[in-house]
Design a protein around this ligand. Sequence first.
Ligand code: ATP
Ligand code: MG
Length: 445
Amino acid sequence: MRLSRYFLPVLKETPSEAQIASHRLMLRAGMIKQASAGIYSWLPLGFKVLRKLENIVHEEQIRAGHVPMLMPTLQSADLWRESGRYDAYGPEMLRIRDRQDRDMLYGPTNEEMITDIFRSHVNSYKDLPLTLYHIQWKFRDEIRPRFGVMRGREFFMKDGYNFDLTKEDALHAYNRHLVSYLRTYERMGLQAIPMRADSGPIGGDDTHEFLVLAETGESEVFYDSQITELTFGDREIDYTSVEECQAVMEEFTSRYARTDETHDEAVFAEVPEERRRVARGIEVGQIFYFGTKYSEPMGATVQGPDGKQVPVHMGSHGIGVSRLVGAIIEANHDDKGIIWPEGVTPFHVGIVNLKSGDAEADAACDALYAAFTAKGLEPLLDDTNERAGGKFATMDLIGLPWRITVGPRGLKNGVVEVTSRRTGESEEMSPEAAIEKIAGIYAAL
Ligand code: ATP
Ligand code: MG
């Protein structure tokens, strides 16, 4: 992309309504614009990051054997009356009436709808196990929308639902989700710690929330510091293996890690004092096992091996895709702007032309642009007439991990400058070496 033809409405001033860094930086970097309280337009740069996160979630869900689909945002109230949640959900649910006077709602989650789909089409235990998911906009009329996309009213969420014959099978689905979530967050450059949590209006006994540690997080968390030393890394996991998924689940959940809802001072006191941590975290996902809570009242049964009809065991599993954009920025920024992890950056490399209009500099930038594009990478070329200081400030603000600076003086010596956004370190090298270096980093992801 050439900046002269893009739409990147960066703000010079710090917006006064933004209380935390990610919200401030998303507004300043021209990623979002508020449409009304807790509802945002995703401008081109923000939309690119949102799509990248969505793709990572899809890839990891499909890798785990889960099946993508898409359900609508608007739902009929009747389904929610069947489960008993139409009255139970409270004012967070946006209720709508259509022209036929039918009660509708903007889905805050999809347990009822997926259970209806399941009961309409699946009759036999032979069709299990099954996990269906979608990534779709949700609406919850939050009492206090704040922090930009972190606590919006309209937000983008992956929600998946498993259907299993037995409790053991459903617990395997639970563990499988836990493993796939660990991988998902690590690919986004985040450490998200599974913590024992409370189930809230979804219901159920077994549940973990995934929390990214951040001072601005809304949840108070209590954990054993040993847990922050664990990484999933590039291990290969057989998602169909009950033992392998269970082993990872136990490895990542055996140490003390709880949100304030389930925190137990007496149990926490057993953690050696030097490892006890009290901090804040951002909830970026949650997994639940809730058994037959929806399948029983809604009649989602299958014929078991003995010929008897039994309600299926279910769980639901959510990732806050739009909240993650904010969470990643909260964990990766400095006073100049965002610092994108390579796995989610909107553009792979920024090219700054120090002298737009200079024939040699223009040609060198075009050649770099073409070379990166040919390698399947997306460069952002600042070909505007802004002065150098302004170009650097914009690149620092939007946070691309790598910048190549091209100017007539360097080109005389056959070099360009390659700068890491994270360390701020610069190195001079030939344009060919710069391409190789940066392409190599992305190829290794
Ligand atoms: P919270 O406790 O933060 O209100 P929740 O527990 O009600 O969230 P879930 O039903 O677990 O939310 O939804 C799955 C994920 O969707 C959450 O882990 C979170 O990342 C995201 N999410 C929930 N509410 C919002 C919101 N208002 N804005 C943005 N993301 C949200
Ligand atoms: Mg939750």
